[in-house]
Design a protein around this ligand. Structure first.
Ligand code: HEC
Length: 106
């Protein structure tokens, strides 16, 4: 029984280490889920209502795809139309991370 508890403790610790590492790697994903997902959708495709009322396009849309990473960083920092500006809410590094995550969704 004691042995089993120890094995279990090691297992749980292992899972924590694994998820902590992946958390650091996906900082952009965490920011996206907290700040962007409500409008842009969890997979980069907004739900129909949002797409219609706010004019959010899916990340796979050619119109979105033709934007360079630098342009997307600018839109995220300064806002555009109904898209809020994130300067002051996110650091420059966070904006970069979240844009690169957004671009990876397509
Ligand atoms: C309140 C809703 C809302 C939130 C929250 C939001 N966006 Fe947007 N986003 C928009 C809208 C609306 C547009 C389209 C703006 C336009 O073209 O007029 C847009 C456009 C963009 C674009 C330009 C590409 C395109 O679709 O034309 C990028 C890049 C972008 N958003 C990234 C983000 C990121 C990154 C976050 C989170 C930090 C975020 N957005 C949060 C509404 C939102």
């Amino acid at each position: 029984m004691r042995k089993m508890t120890r094995t279990l403790t090691i297992l749980v610790a292992g899972v924590c280490i694994a998820s902590c590492v992946s958390f650091a790697q996906s900082a952009g994903q965490a920011t996206y889920k907290a700040k962007c997902q409500s409008c842009h959708g969890s997979s980069g495709t907004p739900n129909e209502g949002i797409a219609k009322t706010l004019g959010v396009k899916p990340v796979s849309d050619p119109e979105v795809q033709k934007h360079s990473e630098a342009e997307m960083i600018k839109v995220t920092a300064e806002g555009k139309g109904k898209m809020p500006a994130y300067t002051g809410k996110l650091t420059e590094a966070q904006i970069k991370e979240v844009v690169s995550y957004f671009r990876s969704l397509k």
